[in-house]
Design a protein around this ligand. Structure first.
Ligand code: SIN
Length: 281
């Protein structure tokens, strides 16, 4: 039950809703924050339009939902370690978040979410896709559910950062690739229980997951590949078209997302701040 004047307008059957009637730049009352949190839990990703947000206001909003998460692979590449400016310039062959993923799952306690503020938007292209991982889990057969409930998955950042990944030469938003960089690996359950809703969600993603605990990567491939692709069936997804001042706020515990690399000759700039999460379980 909402107690403030915000209005919620779903944008797809699976997930995603626009939230109207709120100015994120303001120091919002507790009840409004509670209603926004409830909208996030109900719709998995929420969107705000026509916002004007400086970096301090952006951080203040994020802190109402938790501590700011500092992304280890952007340390030293961004002026402010709490902020990632996601910039795509004309000619960039690669972009941040170009494959289906949960954010930053190679760490022990991945972010619970991110608040992504679009500052420069191409006239077309540059949308983000989102996929509901509750639905991804719930639509598995009973046999597959019991199989995946017993599996744990190896998450690494070795394909996303470090000298071997070598992504920074193809894109504007650089990551750490220095010789002191070290791979981060953690193991998380293939199915997690959302700590606030209590619902089960599939928790595997293309960017970080390389295999199941106790199996080789080769052995893991067929089932892992099936689960990865199943997770973004079209009926689990929504697609958000930004305009300048749009905000996407996703719940990283039950949503995978992917930036569409189709901005062609145009520049795209967004400011992303992540929120600290807890150990998936
Ligand atoms: C991200 O994965 O955080 C970037 C999303 C986007 O640029 O659309």
């Amino acid at each position: 039950m909402r107690n403030t004047s915000i209005q919620i307008q779903p944008i797809a059957g699976a997930l995603g809703a626009e939230v109207h009637g709120v100015d994120i730049s303001q120091d919002l009352p507790d009840q409004t924050i509670a209603d926004i949190r409830q909208a996030l839990l109900d719709h998995c990703v929420i969107f705000f339009r026509d916002q004007t947000l400086d970096v301090d206001q952006h951080k203040r909003f994020v802190r109402r939902f938790g501590e700011i998460f500092v992304h280890p692979n952007f340390k030293g590449t961004q002026a402010d370690p709490e902020v990632v400016n996601v910039v795509r310039n004309p000619g960039d062959a690669r972009i941040v978040g170009e494959h289906w993923h949960h954010d930053t799952t190679m760490v022990a306690e991945p972010p619970m979410g991110a608040v992504f503020y679009a500052m420069e938007v191409p006239p077309y292209g540059g949308d983000t896709l989102f996929a509901n991982q509750y639905l991804a889990y719930e639509t598995l057969s009973d046999g597959m559910k019991s199989l995946v409930n017993g599996l744990r998955v190896v998450h690494t950042d070795r394909n996303l950062a470090g000298p071997r990944a070598a992504v920074s030469k193809s894109r504007t938003t650089a990551v750490r690739e220095d010789a002191d960089w070290r791979e981060t690996i953690n193991i998380h359950p293939a199915v997690i229980i959302h700590p606030e809703t209590g619902r089960k969600a599939l928790f595997v993603n293309h960017s970080h997951c390389v295999g199941f605990e106790g199996m080789t990567e080769e052995e893991s491939k067929p089932l892992l590949g099936y689960l990865l692709d199943h997770g973004h069936r079209p009926e689990f997804t929504c697609r958000f078209r930004y305009t300048t001042g749009s905000i996407a706020f996703w719940d990283n515990r039950c949503v995978k997302h992917m930036a569409v690399n189709d901005a062609g000759p145009f520049r795209r700039v967004a400011r992303r701040i992540q929120i600290q999460g807890t150990r998936p379980g």
